[in-house]
Write a protein that binds this ligand. Sequence first.
Ligand SMILES: C[S@@+](CC[C@H](N)C(=O)[O-])C[C@H]1O[C@@H](n2cnc3c(N)ncnc32)[C@H](O)[C@@H]1O
Length: 320
Amino acid sequence: MTAAENGHTAVVAALLEAGAPWNQQDKSGYCAGEYATASKKHEIVEMIMEWGVQAELLLGAASRTNEEASTSGTAGSSAANAGYLQQKLVYTPDGDKLLDADGEAVMMGWEAPLMEKHAAAICRGGGGHYLNVGFGLGIVDNEIQRYSPASHTIIEAHPDVYAHMCKLGWDSRPGVRVLFGRWQEVLPQLESYDGIFFDTYGEYYEEMREFHQQLPRLLRPGGVYSYFNGLASDNFFFHSVYGRLVQVELATQQLQVRFEQLRVAELGDEVWQGVRNKYWHFPLYFLPVVTHAAAAGGDAQESEQQQQQQQGQQQDGKQQ
Ligand SMILES: C[S@@+](CC[C@H](N)C(=O)[O-])C[C@H]1O[C@@H](n2cnc3c(N)ncnc32)[C@H](O)[C@@H]1O
């Protein structure tokens, strides 16, 4: 961390090569990438970030190999989702929060401005076929409805959320199709869409990656995909590594990711009252806009420059 903070590039490279974990945190919870970011050692930030992406790619490949080799059934990550789906959920009376049995926030009203932008990103001119995975408070679905969808499919896995949706009449809304079940289970019932949004709970990056593997089939040419970008939302450097990881992984499927930078309103203590853990800490939100690379337009060099610029903003984001 000292080497990263003081710009000793060769030392940082040697430490990484020797097996020092790129994501090691000190007693205060800071990692080498954060020290390098704070002291504007951009070459080192880039080196650690790239190392992190490559490490996570290898880890992902290794866990897929283990799962393929395993005959013991449910993998750890899907077991976590199964545990969540059995919990009793609570909608707060003001309709502002959906909490799980431990008081963890499944969804909160402060995200409404973000959901509005997500809906705008995937619906664009409106009138298309849209898919949303995860109903929660229904904020994004209410927004999608404003774009006069030709069809609007919602996947929801939790029985309490599904019951809530039915109480609100979503199951009988014209043009709306509600699929009750885990997205993994209802995949065969899906078609292809002009806009797709993914925002589940109790799942890990592995599940999202699995969903991403379906995108070439699910996303129509010219369509837009987006997801709630809460990956590693307690550490800005790790969050940035995940942003780049998604870009690298989706590029292998000829999908291009750009991030729209949004400012998040100040979230005072009153916002988190009654919630066990504060899950958002950053002043900025990087809204992913994913398109088929062929539809993204512009030459490859231009898009690479754009990505580098966005990554630079991500590197500096926490200081703004
Ligand atoms: C964060 S909330 C979604 C919030 C929503 N975007 C909104 O605007 O209110 C996550 C939702 O995903 C659902 N969910 C969790 N795992 C799922 C899965 N595997 N398949 C489908 N839905 C799932 C949860 O029950 C919850 O309703």
